[in-house]
Design a protein around this ligand. Sequence first.
Ligand SMILES: Nc1nc2c(ncn2[C@@H]2O[C@H](COP(=O)(O)OP(=O)(O)OP(=O)(O)O)[C@@H](O)[C@H]2O)c(=O)[nH]1
Ligand SMILES: [Mg+2]
Length: 386
Amino acid sequence: MSDNVLARFQHKFEHISSLFDELKGLADSLPSDRFSIVALGIYNQGKSTLLNQLISDFNNSTFKVSDIRQTREDQVFCHDNYFFVDTPGLNADAYDDAVAVHAQQRANMYLFVHKITTGELNSQEIGFLEQFANKQGLASFFDSTIFVLTNIANCSDEQTNSVVIKVKEQLRSNFGAAYNYKIIAVDSLRYAQGNLEHKELFIKKSFIAELKTLIEQTKKQLQPQLQSIKAEKIAQKLQPLKEELYSFRDQISQEKAKQEHLLETVNKKFQAKLEQYQEQEELTYNVDSLLDDIAFLTDLQNNDYDEIEYEHQRSHCYDICDRIDRNEQVLEQLRQSMMAEFDFDPSVDFECPKIEMLNETIDSCEHMLNNCEQLLSIVSHLEATT
Ligand SMILES: Nc1nc2c(ncn2[C@@H]2O[C@H](COP(=O)(O)OP(=O)(O)OP(=O)(O)O)[C@@H](O)[C@H]2O)c(=O)[nH]1
Ligand SMILES: [Mg+2]
């Protein structure tokens, strides 16, 4: 495989990995075990006090409470697998509304908090509800919203019932009768006092236990909807990604097999040539016996000089020298041919670059295949869990 082909594969793999990251981000951002409950409403209605009761903080020290405008930023607290989000009261200024709208984007459920002592919902509250509900879709918004009327300790039962009925009528006339509006009247301070002073009746008459039950029921009703939205969004992205991964894995496997076959052929040829070269090298440089012959000739010349014998030996030595020359030429030819075919100089190199490159390509393919397998196993995990 040329560098280009390998680069192309790597490029494709990077592309798939980035799609995969996007998918994982989507899976992480979608609701899972995390369920967030956001308190909404105009200021000073009892949002923070109510959330403190839901997390059993009867001293009201988690979400700050006061008679003056208190909550200025979203505040999140995790309790019993719920994320409780307190928001600044709507209506103060555009900044606070923007913060509340931001909280809405992360919400799974809303508690729309309204102080019952102020009577029915005012036009500002209706305006905010319109804004929120239209943004999310009426059905979805009212499915996930509980209207919590606080402060019943300061009203008679008749007054409470009458405001509950009026609020329901207001919602019906503004948003239609098709939705099942969930309205509950409670008293947070009564609940806190009941718990701090162990007064069962106060706890009972606060109706916070009923609110908790309503929250659980609403969550249960929302669960399939949340799961199916999540599953649908993931499935939309998962399927094409999975197909792309499978096809990429096949391409890489085929390429790897091709490269392995090529390596086998090249390796065989290379080993045969190298053997030939090494044999020739041995032949060329194994000159010990030849040197013996030359030493004998020198002896002849120095001691028992016999002209005929000397000449005979001398021509024998020339033959030997010719042979050495020829062997050296053959060796050089073999060297040249290995250089041309394998870019390998057997007189200096230890590794054949062509074989090295093939091995590297196969390793790269192997590496990409492993990555593919890992991604595919995460994909099946995502499929199983969504
Ligand atoms: N009696 C009674 N008083 C309450 C109740 N809920 C809240 N209050 C009081 O109402 C005031 C405002 O309560 P907060 O919980 O701070 O109201 P908030 O809606 O969070 O106000 P902001 O954060 O300013 O928007 C405090 O003095 C609370 O003690 C309740 O159920 N009964
Ligand atoms: Mg507050």
